[in-house]
Design a protein around this ligand. Structure first.
Ligand SMILES: C[S@@+](CC[C@H](N)C(=O)[O-])C[C@H]1O[C@@H](n2cnc3c(N)ncnc32)[C@H](O)[C@@H]1O
Length: 291
């Protein structure tokens, strides 16, 4: 979603989002490998502190579950910040142990309702993609503002994939339906990876750095007429289960452009990619320290 024109989605889509999230896999959701990296960076950043305040941008269940583990050994105040309370509620279902102490704050990441230097750590999984290119400096500046001196921002952030220029829906359907038939992937994984390739390729279908399934909607409807029933089922599942995503758009840049922006507000202490899912190479996790 581009934050310049933030619209609250139709409440009826929450059920769809919950169902879709339940079937989603990495890269949409952080993998076990990603969570290990997050865990390592979190430990480096707050490991020695007895008390700390953490802000999670969005409602990523895997991050909320991870933080709970640290909460057992120290006093942690956890805040979630999202425009939609419904999204936080929809994600509750996927948190391993519900944490009644999480403070749910409804607000905009571009103008956070927190005092300066309030947090020791800010976490956000694939949040940058939700912020338009024109608002990215403002967003990073806000994170910098709410962080204490030497506070950390740890985030998995995807960047453009030059290889995706060559992706086509036809090739993706061929590849992932074969992987499914060869038992290399489950059905929902095949659906997710076809969706991922459409998504990555959509970036090259417009000059504005936007990603949107809508740029390939016509191709999807055309593929519904495929003579192959498995390919038809994959496309039908995408159109049925992810229809709300066709109305949205996200933003991408190249990795050097992204790093340049991070470096304006943060020192890049480390970045690491997981190796347990396809395309993890375009989703590094950054350990950033407030400048
Ligand atoms: C597709 S989700 C995923 C984001 C993140 N990966 C997560 O798991 O929460 C996008 C979420 O970001 C929230 N969001 C997008 N832009 C926002 C903004 N400017 N301020 C606050 N929340 C925002 C949306 O309301 C939505 O809940």
């Amino acid at each position: 979603m581009n934050s310049k024109k933030i619209k609250k989605p139709d409440p009826n889509i929450w059920k769809q989002i919950t169902t879709a999230w339940g079937k989603a896999c990495s890269p949409s959701r952080p993998s076990l490998g990603d969570i290990k990296i997050y865990g390592k960076f979190i430990l480096q950043s707050i490991g020695k502190k007895k008390n700390c305040r953490i802000l999670i941008l969005g409602a990523t269940p895997e991050l909320r579950s991870l933080i709970l583990k640290y909460g057992l050994s120290k006093k942690i105040d956890i805040f979630l910040l999202d425009l939609n309370l419904e999204m936080i509620r929809a994600m509750d279902e996927f948190v391993e142990i519900p944490n009644s102490k999480e403070k749910r704050v409804i607000g905009d990441w571009l103008s956070m309702p927190f005092k300066n230097e309030y947090f020791d750590l800010v976490l956000g999984d694939e949040v940058l993609i939700n912020v338009s290119l024109t608002n990215r400096n403002k967003f990073l500046m806000e994170i910098n503002r709410v962080l204490k001196t030497s506070g950390a921002f740890i985030t998995r952030a995807s960047h453009e994939n030059p290889l995706a220029k060559k992706f086509t829906l036809k090739k993706a359907l061929d590849k992932y339906s074969n992987y499914y038939l060869q038992n290399k992937l489950k059905f929902n994984q095949a659906v997710n990876y076809v969706l991922e390739e459409i998504f990555q390729n959509s970036y090259f279908k417009n000059p504005k750095g936007l990603l949107s399934l809508k740029f390939l909607e016509k191709d999807c409807y055309k593929a519904l007429k495929s003579p192959n029933p498995l390919k038809r089922l994959i496309i039908k599942t995408i159109l049925d289960d992810y229809s709300s995503l066709f109305k949205q758009s996200w933003s991408w840049e190249s990795r050097p452009q992204q790093l340049k922006k991070f470096k304006e507000y943060f020192q890049v202490k480390e970045s690491k990619t997981a190796h347990d899912y396809l395309y993890s190479y375009i989703l590094p996790i950054y350990y950033l320290i407030k400048k």
